[in-house]
Design a binder for this molecule. Structure first.
Ligand code: C5P
Length: 398
């Protein structure tokens, strides 16, 4: 997490069952190189003790507004001076209500009011508390005042109910914090991305697909979000959790992917086609399961529409980026594909190395020639790719 190393953070923990996750969060932050100073509300101390955080962070832990350990006896001011951010996780409904009103009756609320650095909140509460009009008003006010929300997630809650209000997992909070510090190269740009394989039905239970995992497309979606873009992810069937802030449109076949892309493309500034779209679909798939017999089964296949080529040949296309997975003559075939589809940029990779794996080497081909991105994990490559796209996009369009 290069954006986090050497950062100074105040981690506020408020009272809620999810407070137990804050210990793991503190551990992950320390592991990422962050200097973490923990401030507990009185309610939080009913769930976790100061000693736990002190041991994890190696720093003194504060709970009391009248703490005299800080040099001038003003912990509520001194703790945030020099800090890169205040992160409150979990942030309870009550604490957010207090912040929205600008109240300052304990150490954490006072330092939030007296700070001169960004404030990030990871809410956690029962789903009805989250949905209550009072909480909605408070959240809207906090966002209008500049606070950044991380989550909440949807899912099972400590009370046994299920819905919005669950604290993000500690690693997701760390990712969100890391993203907050990344340069916003695509701020407010709308980026449309296709990802994963498509599945072309043969009958009710069988189909033609490929080994694409969707990892690269999802990593590109995450990197674009980190760069400040609004992201729509049109995804074929995958087992991956999409980035929480992306608008996701799940599809199955290439035809559905085309329709989803066409419904979104007018609003897109940038289109990145990462999906491994099946080249053919089955004419007249059977609605029932085809019975096995001893005869040869002949399937009639027809070519699928080329989604990327369709988009790139529109009169006013978004900035289009293609992927080319080749198993031989990588550069030559990828460059031919770039020219044939009229793309300003194509990302070439070795099909045998890239599909379904975690690490990959990439070769970017544009009008300036070749740019090699040496082998790395897919998120790192996606971030490098987004930087390259932002450079080309801003050079071309501004
Ligand atoms: O021609 P080829 O399938 O190798 O092109 C790969 C690029 O084109 C990828 O960016 C892929 O997402 C896109 N593509 C598409 N629709 C297709 C086939 C490929 O959008 N039917």
């Amino acid at each position: 997490m290069p954006e986090l190393a050497f950062r100074r953070l105040v981690l506020g923990v408020t009272g809620g069952v999810a407070a137990y996750k804050a210990a793991e969060l503190a551990r992950l932050l320390v592991r990422s190189g962050v200097e973490v100073r923990v401030v507990l509300t009185e309610a939080a101390t009913h769930f976790l003790g100061a000693a736990t955080f002190q041991a994890i962070t190696g720093q003194p832990v504060y709970t009391d507004l009248w703490d005299t350990r800080s040099p001038q006896g003003m912990a509520h001011i001194e703790l945030t001076r020099g800090a890169d951010a205040v992160l409150v996780a979990p942030a309870s409904a009550d604490f957010m209500a207090k912040l929205a009103q600008g109240r300052a009756d304990d150490l954490l609320s006072t330092l939030c009011l007296a700070r001169d650095c960004p404030l990030l909140l990871a809410p956690a509460m029962n789903r009805q508390m989250w949905e209550h009009p009072a909480t909605r008003r408070n959240v809207a006010q906090l966002v209008a005042d500049g606070a950044v929300l991380l989550g909440p997630a949807v899912g099972e809650q400590a009370c046994g109910e299920s819905g919005y209000g669950r604290l993000l997992e500690p690693q997701q909070i760390v990712d969100g914090l890391d993203a907050h510090f990344r340069p916003k190269l695509l701020k407010d740009r709308r980026v449309l991305i296709t990802a994963g394989p498509t599945y072309e039905a043969i009958d009710a239970v069988r189909g033609i697909t490929n080994r694409s995992s969707g990892k690269m497309g999802y990593a590109v979606a995450r990197a674009a979000l980190e760069a400040g873009a609004q992201v729509t992810l049109v995804s074929g069937p995958t087992c991956l959790e999409p980035p929480p802030a992306a608008q996701v449109i799940p599809v199955v076949s290439a035809q559905q992917m085309l329709e989803a892309v066409e419904s979104q493309v007018d609003a897109a500034d940038i289109f990145i086609a990462v999906a491994a779209v099946a080249d053919y679909y089955v004419l007249n798939p059977s609605e029932m399961k085809i019975k096995k017999d001893a005869h040869i089964l002949t399937l009639e296949l027809a070519p699928n529409p080329d989604i990327l080529a369709n988009v790139a040949s529109r009169p006013q296309p978004p900035f289009c980026v293609g992927f080319a997975a080749e198993s031989e003559n990588l550069e030559e075939y990828a460059e031919l594909k770039r020219r044939r589809k009229h793309l300003p940029l194509i990302v070439a990779n070795d099909a045998l190395e890239a599909i379904g794996t975690d690490e990959v080497a990439l070769l970017l081909l544009d009008d300036d020639g070749q740019h090699r991105l040496p082998r790395a994990d897919k998120l790192t490559q996606a971030r490098r790719l987004i930087e390259h796209i932002a450079r080309l996009y801003h050079g071309l369009f501004q």
